[in-house]
Design a protein around this ligand. Structure first.
Ligand code: HEM
Length: 141
């Protein structure tokens, strides 16, 4: 029979998993919206001034995604340390998001448009990773 201490530990573990899944789920939603903002400003291709506000929204979305992924990494590292795949995967996600934002900045500020061919596929890979992480969390309980 499970002791009260065991039950409390299981409940705490479940709460941490839920918090982690919520943070990663919100990161996924923010990444999906990044594609939407990009779709809107790319409509004004070649006219950056007309698209300025939406590029700014895209930049703020990047900040939010990075903050959420970093928070998920901290929760996974502090509360779910035994599940190495989760915190290592979330750490990789956070670092790749920082790289993605850096590339975006080079495209906008330095006019390095060729980097769009890296920025967009990297965004697709990030969405793959951010969907896989919570599925992994659920499958492993
Ligand atoms: C399908 C997804 C995405 C597409 C198609 C896309 C496309 C683009 C493009 C074309 C630019 C250059 C804007 C310009 O012409 O000046 C840009 C900038 C940028 N992107 Fe993305 N992007 C996507 C996802 C992301 C994601 C996931 C992030 C999150 C880190 C991100 C962060 C940025 C940042 C920070 C900038 C620079 C904005 C600024 O400096 O104000 N993008 N993106």
């Amino acid at each position: 029979m499970a002791s009260t201490a065991d039950t409390k530990r299981t409940d705490a573990g479940r709460a941490s998993s839920t918090l982690y899944s919520v943070l990663i789920g919100l990161t996924a939603l923010t990444l999906l919206l990044q594609g939407l903002w990009a779709g809107i400003f790319l409509e004004h291709d070649g006219a950056r001034d007309a698209a300025k506000n939406w590029i700014d929204v895209h930049a703020r979305g990047a900040d939010i995604a990075i903050a959420l992924a970093a928070a998920a990494t901290i929760v996974a590292f502090v509360k779910l340390r035994a599940r190495r795949v989760l915190w290592l995967g979330s750490l990789a996600l956070t670092i790749l998001l920082l790289l993605e934002a850096y590339l975006g900045g080079l495209i906008r500020d330095e006019g390095q448009d060729a980097l769009t061919a890296v920025h967009v596929p990297l965004a697709m890979a990030l969405i793959g990773l951010v969907v896989w992480l919570p599925l992994h969390a659920i499958r492993r309980g």
